[in-house]
Design a protein around this ligand. Structure first.
Ligand code: 5GP
Ligand code: MG
Length: 209
């Protein structure tokens, strides 16, 4: 399989237009946030939809599925996703890839950091990441897991930036396509802050100083 089967523009299907100011009816707001790009309600609905679709695609793999969330950005996504997935016998193995660091919002390449998942031989590996940007993270992990004998390797990202590097990186499942802006929330950080926000949005310039 290649390419996402379906994905959604970052538009709130509950009625808030893309780019609306953060005075929305879900209470998705924070004083440092400039605009909400994907509301908490949209995320919740899309995660369930992805879990249902992916669950169908892996119907044959109960007991042989290893979900690999890329820390720390996909922490919230992974927690919601695995609970919505119909497969109840799966392995969850974390991995860490460092790309952005601290207050740096420009990609500086990807490298593996920390422990790597074990015993992937014969397992169907599903990589979960927060956002697809340069594609470095997914390329690195896919090559690593394929070289270690996984039966299959697919990737699912919650967000993908509408830029050539991201759109040309193979990724089987995409939650939302968003404009090329630096975003925080639902796992994504700026200087390790804002990961806990239940929505995805951009920061005010003064919050990024
Ligand atoms: P890639 O390896 O595709 O360049 O980027 C993937 C990683 O870069 C993501 O997992 C995330 O950690 C980081 N990243 C890329 N774009 C953004 C962004 O807009 N906001 C934040 N907070 N992190 C990002
Ligand atoms: Mg990341």
């Amino acid at each position: 399989m290649s390419g996402p089967r379906s994905n959604h523009a970052a538009e709130d299907r509950h009625g808030d237009r893309h780019g609306d100011r953060h005075e929305d009816r879900h209470g998705d707001r924070h004083e440092d946030v400039d605009r909400v790009l994907v509301s908490s309600a949209s995320i919740a609905a899309r995660v369930v939809e992805l879990a249902r679709q992916i669950g169908n695609d892996y119907a044959h793999a109960d007991g042989q599925l290893t979900v690999v969330p890329v820390m720390t950005g996909s922490l919230l996504f992974a927690a919601d996703f695995v609970r919505a997935l119909p497969q109840r016998r799966l392995r969850l193995q974390l991995t860490t890839v460092s790309s952005y660091g601290g207050k740096n919002t420009a990609s500086r390449g990807s490298s593996l950091a920390g422990a790597l998942p074990k015993h992937l031989e014969g397992h169907h590996v599903l990589i979960l990441d927060d956002i697809l940007d340069s594609g470095g993270t997914l390329r690195l992990l896919r090559a690593e897991f394929e070289s270690r004998g996984a039966a299959s390797v697919r990737a699912c990202v919650l967000l993908r930036k509408k830029i050539p590097s991201a759109l040309s990186t193979p990724c089987e499942y995409v939650g939302f396509d968003i404009d090329d802006e630096f975003v925080v929330g639902y796992g994504l950080d700026f200087d390790d802050l804002y990961r806990n926000l239940p929505f995805v949005g951009t920061l005010k310039p003064e919050a990024r100083a």
